[in-house]
Design a protein around this ligand. Sequence first.
Ligand SMILES: [Zn+2]
Length: 188
Amino acid sequence: MPGSRFRVSATLVSQLSKLGLKPSDVDFVSFSHLHADHAGNAPAFASSTWLVNAAELAWALGTPTPMGVDPRLVRGHAKDKTVSITLDHDVFGDGSVRILKTPGHTPGHQVLMVRLPRTGPVILSGDLFHARENFDKSLVPPFNVSRSETLASIDRVHRLMRNTGARLVVQHEPGDIQTLPAFPAYLE
Ligand SMILES: [Zn+2]
């Protein structure tokens, strides 16, 4: 948000290097949405193919700049390295990594659903849910761009979880993060 500062103790690039990877090794990048606290590392992945929701990008680059967006993070990315998506997107075509359209927090918000060999399906919330309470009570923050779309997206994720048994990770919820293996360990 404007005037806010976010600080992490280890950069994403330094964490990648601990895995023996550089940003240029990453083929695909996608963002749950383009608020700066979710897109801050975007410029490091200039050589990757970005899978970007068309409505989200148009909104982020619109005038006046929406609150919480820093258009410099996304404006410079090469058009020939950008895949514009409007619906769900199956990244590898095998259902293992799927981007699911869940608008409302922003116009092109999306959650990520991955199918892991041992854990099974896992959904990363982006900002569809800021806290567990948003999930439990279907609470919609007043700053979301659309309350009705948010409620429909929440309903979609509730149904997905019922139908697939997916585990939800609410990314702004410390309790959810603490249950994940600590880097460099990972959910298998
Ligand atoms: Zn956000």
